[in-house]
Ligand binder design. Structure first.
Ligand code: GH3
Ligand code: MG
Ligand code: MG
Ligand code: MG
Length: 324
């Protein structure tokens, strides 16, 4: 997500690029078993796209999810098989759900065509297929699909950015605020342990004052990276404030939480951070406030509050220590 944060800054707007798309060069699957139609449609489309012909609908159903086509053209009157069923199956499979679909049918099959359109087939062509109409309808669907893929990607990227801290690549406070409630509720419901570790670099202001703010940033990044190594997939790790990181550990009781905190504290103290491309080492220590969920807690705020109080104690007892 850190790479993503950097990638999102600058560069051409993907939506503008998508709007300028010619709708050419798509990967198209043609499911058709009439030799004359294969020839006619295949030849016309091959000038603009990469066309794969599949005469067997069962094989088409296997190939489509595996080969990642942008669009499928499906004949409604395949030998001994309902093309409409193939369309519906392609719509319901996870890997082909967003693929563009065009049916090819006869005028007298209008009722089936309508059913297809009703469950999400994008468009249709009537036989005999007109070459220009074929190319135009395919192009429209290819552009539509690429555009919605771009939108989806942009939406996901901005959602990711909204919950990520730029400097460290960790989750941010917003993410924590949104996720701690449900995690806390889950632990309370099943009467499971839940621990909170609040980690704060000791005398960080002094690091900034001595080595400069840039060096401070570098230390902060390296600090976050080292802590990240102690985190399992179900844990939450977020930048809580300036040089404070919060770690939430579902399932942990006090002894486990203390042990994790102590390991991190030791590990930070033992190995200084190499900054300026390894030319300089900065020794850092960290204080940790630990809290665990109590049955009397009314919400995650109580848990955080106790971690904060414990951290304050660790600081006042001389720093570089764990308090609970
Ligand atoms: P203590 O041991 O009591 O925690 O002392 P401290 O100096 O670490 O604590 P204090 O809260 O007084 O200062 C925190 C400093 O962290 C002040 C602030 O300038 C610095 N800081 C906060 N965010 C950043 C950041 O993103 N980059 C850098 N370089 N410094 C930051
Ligand atoms: Mg402080
Ligand atoms: Mg500090
Ligand atoms: Mg602080």
């Amino acid at each position: 997500s850190r790479a993503l944060a950097t990638r999102e800054i600058g560069g051409p707007d993907p939506l503008v690029l998508a709007a300028a798309d010619t709708g050419e060069g798509a990967r198209i699957l043609l499911v058709e078993d009439r030799p004359s139609a294969i020839d006619r449609i295949g030849t016309a489309l091959s000038q603009h796209h990469h066309v794969t012909v599949e005469t067997d609908p069962h094989r088409a159903l296997v190939r489509a999810p595996e080969e990642g086509f942008d669009l499928a053209l499906v004949s409604l009157d395949l030998e001994g098989f309902d093309g409409l069923r193939l369309c519906s199956q392609l719509r319901s499979l996870e890997r082909t759900r967003n693929m563009a679909l065009i049916m090819i049918g006869e005028m007298h099959e209008k009722a089936r065509i309508t059913r297809g359109l009703d469950f999400g087939v994008n468009d249709y062509l009537l036989r005999p297929v007109d070459r220009n109409e074929l190319i135009a309808r395919v192009r429209t669907q290819v552009r539509r699909r690429r555009f919605s893929e771009t939108l989806r990607g942009a939406l996901q990227a901005s959602m990711e950015l909204a919950i990520t801290d730029d400097l460290t690549g960790l989750h941010n406070r917003r993410y924590l605020d949104r996720h701690l409630g449900p995690v806390f509720g889950e632990a309370a419901l099943h009467q499971k342990g839940l621990a909170c570790l609040l980690l704060d670099i000791d005398r960080f202001k002094l690091i900034n004052d001595t080595y400069g703010h840039e060096a401070g940033d570098e230390v902060l990044r390296a600090f976050a990276e080292r802590i990240r190594q102690y985190v399992r997939p179900m844990d939450i790790l977020a930048r809580y404030g300036g040089e404070e990181i919060v770690m939430v550990v579902p399932g942990a009781e006090l002894p486990d939480a203390r042990a994790i905190a102590e390991r991190i504290r030791e590990r930070i103290e033992a190995t200084p951070f190499a900054i300026d491309g390894g030319t300089r080492d900065i020794g850092v220590t960290v204080s940790v406030g630990v809290s665990v969920r109590r049955p009397t807690d009314s919400g995650p705020a109580d848990l955080l509050k106790r971690a904060d109080t414990a951290l304050y104690r660790a600081k006042s007892f001389g720093r570089n220590r764990v308090e609970a």
